[in-house]
Design a binder for this molecule. Structure first.
Ligand SMILES: NC(=O)c1ccc[n+]([C@@H]2O[C@H](COP(=O)([O-])OP(=O)(O)OC[C@H]3O[C@@H](n4cnc5c(N)ncnc54)[C@H](O)[C@@H]3O)[C@@H](O)[C@H]2O)c1
Length: 339
């Protein structure tokens, strides 16, 4: 079986980490056909748009997509976020960001949580306007029953599939009574379909505080787009930071896996970008296409490198991006298949 994989390198360190991930994927003993798509500021300079139609077509005809990162250029009229547009246009409705402790001094122990973030609406709907001669800016926070329902169901299904016991519904319904109120109501309705899983709820400000105070209490967090964006970055810092934070954008017609970090322009070309977040995104991709055993071996190889301090400077190591890749590849060769 040959899997079609779309690679979207993007800008800054994006191409560097995607090149490393491609090397790793090619060494796993599976059959892949790769197609590379343009996205980001580089794509804008080449095609006049940061998200060309050809890229969307590549994603749609692939079994899964691995994306690097893009740079947001300074004010260019008409420029839009290709990441937000891609998520909305492909209806990648659930953004899944696992956050587990690593065996490394930069990671706190005892953390194993997943943030499931609604990915298509909220304040990221793109409905913004300027009034009063530029003195008043308005952005609409759009929450629908449909999006709230399906992302909540995704969170409870994930909990069930992974043998997790609790889903925390995070909102700000005490103040945002209509928008967050609807999200909260629908999520609690969905929860009633899963009697074996405890559903609790928490205000977003409390959640931000509790993530720092006692992160071990969380299992699955389900929340709206903006809150999930912020909380998942916060959670990533508990276990080592952006260099190891990975994610999947899951829809019905497509799935795009990506490191949580951005294009880190100051690191580009310096061979110090940590490729581990992209490798772990590739692990999620392998699980998604049904290659759980290979995914498990690759994950273990990455965890072994982290535990042995075979890492880049952001994690206190001395290896280059390419040397980390070599270590993961040699570790992969000796990791046995999991039963
Ligand atoms: N999904 C995306 O493509 C995405 C996400 C966030 C930011 N961005 C864009 O990226 C650009 C830079 O944004 P930023 O600086 O706020 O965020 P960033 O994630 O690029 O960098 C934040 C910090 O983390 C470090 N870092 C990030 N990834 C790393 C890695 N793999 N290895 C080692 N260190 C790493 C950087 O050096 C920097 O100190 C901006 O143009 C922003 O709009 C893109």
């Amino acid at each position: 079986m040959t899997y079609r994989i779309c690679l979207l390198p993007g800008d800054g360190i994006g191409p560097e980490v995607i090149t490393q991930a491609e090397k790793v994927l090619k060494a796993l003993g599976l059959q892949f056909e790769f197609e590379v798509g343009d996205i980001g500021f580089g794509a804008y300079k080449k095609h006049g748009t940061p998200l060309p139609e050809s890229t969307m077509e590549s994603i749609l005809k692939s079994d899964a997509t691995l994306f690097g990162a893009v740079t947001t250029p300074p004010d260019i009229p008409g420029y839009f976020s290709p990441v937000v547009r891609m998520r909305q246009a492909l209806d990648l409705y659930a953004n899944i960001r696992p956050c587990r402790s690593f065996d490394h001094p930069a990671s706190r122990p005892g953390i194993d949580l997943v943030v499931v973030r609604e990915n298509t609406e909220d304040l990221y709907s793109g409905v913004e306007r300027i009034e009063d001669d530029g003195n008043r800016a308005i952005g609409e926070m759009i929450i629908t029953r449909r999006a709230s329902e399906r992302v909540s169901r995704k969170a409870f299904e994930l909990a069930r599939a992974e043998g997790r016991h609790k889903v925390t519904i995070v909102h700000k319904a005490n103040v945002l009574r209509q928008t967050c109120g609807l999200f909260r109501r629908v999520a609690l309705e969905v929860a009633s379909d899963y009697p074996g899983i405890t559903a609790d709820e928490m205000l977003v400000d409390t959640c931000a505080m509790e993530l720092v105070r006692a992160p071990g209490q969380f299992d699955v967090i389900v929340t709206t787009n903006l809150f999930g964006d912020i909380l998942s970055d916060e959670a990533s810092m508990l276990v080592g930071g952006l260099g190891v934070a990975y994610s999947g954008n899951i829809g019905v017609k497509a799935a795009v896996f990506e490191p949580v970090h951005g294009s880190a322009p100051t690191l580009a070309g310096k061979h110090t970008a940590n490729p581990i977040a992209t490798f772990l995104s590739a692990v999620m991709l392998l699980q998604y296409i049904g290659e759980a055993a290979v995914a498990g071996r690759l994950r273990q190889a990455v965890l072994d490198c982290i535990a042995q301090q075979a890492v880049t400077p952001d994690l206190g190591g001395t290896l280059t991006t390419e040397q980390v890749t070599d270590r993961v590849l040699s570790a992969f060769e000796i990791v046995p298949e999991r039963k």
